[in-house]
Design a protein around this ligand. Structure first.
Ligand code: ADP
Length: 301
């Protein structure tokens, strides 16, 4: 097969591993920077060009689109889809998963466990919103945040009100969430491919920190999932319409709750923690499922 990997940087661990795995399985792989692509949108023969040259025909495309280039990146991916190229994750599903609130709404509609989450527009509604989610302590999150930046634990109701007011004053979109204290500063990253969890790791925050992000000094170890956790992760990916997803789960007293579903999960932390050849499994999934003109809008919403 001829596989296009949409990534801005060929030197990133995940990009390198995908190229390696594609080649090891006897395929050809090109790394393409979406921001260097331009497109001819027409009815008869849509095409993608780079530096004056039309891109060749690909059998499959692996999108690794960073959060900061979602708009243009998903447009390029959509163009590949229009040309009949098989996308590992569809553009619609990626767009859906990038909107944290919309994602939580879709997951809640499917009955998947979630931390109680509130969202408001007016400072006047903050007191009632806080009461709705169970008061303090609570977690306040910037909707646009990644790698734990913009995630704040407010220990008291007063602190929560001040932080929320400050964020609202800056016109930032935020959500306010029940604090899952019993998770003990740990979360679980489940790597879902198709309808299976193929790897899982537990990330533990460093002492004195509640955010378990590896970028914030968290450490990763192997973890054994319960059947309920597996099922929750697979259902969450399915609800978003993602073939591959990193589903982040907290262990709460009422069972697993989903924090986030990531459409471009990093491979480095989880391959190192588990020793599993995830890149190889991604290529095998594409070999099995990558047929031309297979794009259809999966999931809901
Ligand atoms: P990001 O997407 O920026 O990584 P997350 O929403 O995943 O932000 O939050 C970062 C970390 O903070 C999580 O990995 C988790 O350890 C912790 N965390 C987030 N939300 C909660 C919550 N509601 N209760 C307990 N811990 C949380």
């Amino acid at each position: 097969m001829k596989i296009a990997i949409l990534s801005r940087n060929p030197n990133l661990y995940s990009t390198r591993r995908l190229v390696e795995a594609a080649v090891a399985h006897g395929h050809e792989a090109d790394v393409i920077d979406v921001l260097k692509c331009y497109m001819n949108i027409n009815t008869v023969d849509p095409s993608i060009h780079m530096k004056g040259v039309e891109l060749p025909d690909y059998d499959a495309v692996i999108p690794r689109i960073g959060a900061s280039v979602t708009f243009y990146g998903t447009a390029v991916l959509r163009q590949f889809e229009m040309m009949g190229v098989y996308p590992l994750n569809e553009s619609v599903a990626i767009t859906r998963s990038r909107d944290k609130l919309r994602s939580l709404q879709l997951l809640s509609r499917k009955g998947i466990g979630l931390p109680i989450t509130g969202f408001a527009n007016k400072p006047a509604d903050i007191p009632d919103l806080l009461t709705m989610i169970g008061g303090a302590p609570c977690v306040i999150k910037l909707l646009e945040g990644t790698q734990g930046i913009g995630v704040v634990l407010a220990e008291t109701r007063k602190a929560a009100e001040s932080v929320i007011e400050a964020f609202m004053g800056l016109k930032a979109n935020i959500m306010v969430q029940e604090y899952i204290k019993e998770a003990g500063g740990a979360d679980i990253r489940c790597l879902v491919i198709g309808d299976r969890v193929i790897a899982a790791m537990k990330r533990q925050a460093k002492a004195g920190e509640f955010r378990s992000n590896l970028h914030r000094g968290g450490t990763a170890t192997l973890v054994k999932l319960t059947p309920q956790e597996r099922q929750t992760a697979v259902q969450a990916a399915k609800t978003m319409g993602l073939n591959i997803a990193g589903v982040d789960i907290l262990r709460s007293n009422r069972g697993p709750v989903v924090m986030e579903v990531n459409s471009s999960p990093g491979l480095e932390g989880i391959e190192n923690a588990t020793g599993i050849d995830i890149a190889g499994k991604i290529i095998q999934f594409i070999e099995k499922n990558g047929k031309p003109n297979k794009t259809r809008t999966k999931g809901v919403g």
